[in-house]
Design a protein around this ligand. Structure first.
Ligand SMILES: [Zn+2]
Length: 249
């Protein structure tokens, strides 16, 4: 849909930028993005993408708001405790930007949701099984996938542009033989703004991908909030990867 008068006002700070402009804003407006997980990462991702005018957003999370969420999950209010996260989030996001169409799925991520024609998926979950389902569906459909995680003072982000590159995927960088139980916010704690930083990076990465400015397929960025330091590293393909390795072909 072409931009209207309200859009020109609302998105004026994008339209002022030569490398976004009217064409870039139109691309954002035409995009369909699925956000999986509406916790500490999903809240800032959803807020920024809806504010930015990404035209259609899917929200997927089976959980209800709990008082322990309020320290970091910035979409929710105290009165929301006990309500479905996707319902509270949809209401808050529609109030922020009524021009965005928001679909809510109050169930764990599955292949049916992932097959619904999204252009890009943002992984904001805290579990490996969901990440693998998302990775495999995005790889098969050749759509980009942006994943992040945070625990304690530390966060990490990795993104894959499967539409352009098929040389590496999330499954390649998982240690399938690790005996360590997975750390998460529920069992190890987390500093709220570290999730805000990583979620904001995910939203920025989504905008870069939608506008064609993303080049770092499979590069991992780590943030140490206690030291205030960033680190980037290249990941390499696992030839035995069940998703993209030689055995999968
Ligand atoms: Zn792989």
């Amino acid at each position: 849909m072409p931009l209207n008068d309200d859009d020109f006002m609302r998105y004026s700070r994008h339209l002022l930028m030569g490398d976004i402009g009217e064409l870039g804003q139109q691309r954002l407006s035409d995009a369909r993005v699925l956000i999986v997980g509406l916790g500490g990462l999903g809240c800032p991702v959803a807020l920024y993408l809806v504010a930015a005018g990404v035209g259609q957003i899917g929200l997927c999370d089976p959980d209800r708001v709990d008082k322990t969420n309020l320290q970091r999950q910035v979409l929710y209010r105290t009165d929301d405790c006990g309500s479905l996260k996707v319902g509270c989030a949809k209401q808050a996001l529609e109030a922020l930007n009524p021009g965005v169409t928001i679909s809510a799925f109050a169930r764990p991520i599955d292949k049916e949701i992932l097959a619904d024609g999204y252009h890009l998926v943002v992984d904001c979950t805290d579990n490996l099984a969901a990440r693998q389902i998302i990775n495999d569906a995005c790889y098969a459909q050749r759509i980009p996938f942006v994943s992040a995680a945070a625990v304690g003072w530390e966060g990490q982000l990795v993104a894959f542009d499967f539409g352009r590159f098929r040389s590496l995927c999330f499954n390649c960088i998982i240690d399938h033989n690790s005996a360590e139980p997975m750390m998460n916010c529920a069992n190890s704690g987390v500093v709220g703004p570290v999730l805000g930083i990583m979620g904001s990076m995910q939203a920025t990465t989504v905008i870069r991908l939608l506008l064609g400015y993303f080049k770092q397929h499979g590069e991992m960025t780590r943030y140490d909030g206690k030291r205030g330091q960033w680190l980037s590293m290249h990941c390499s393909r696992n030839q035995q990867c069940p998703t993209c390795g030689a055995a999968s072909v």
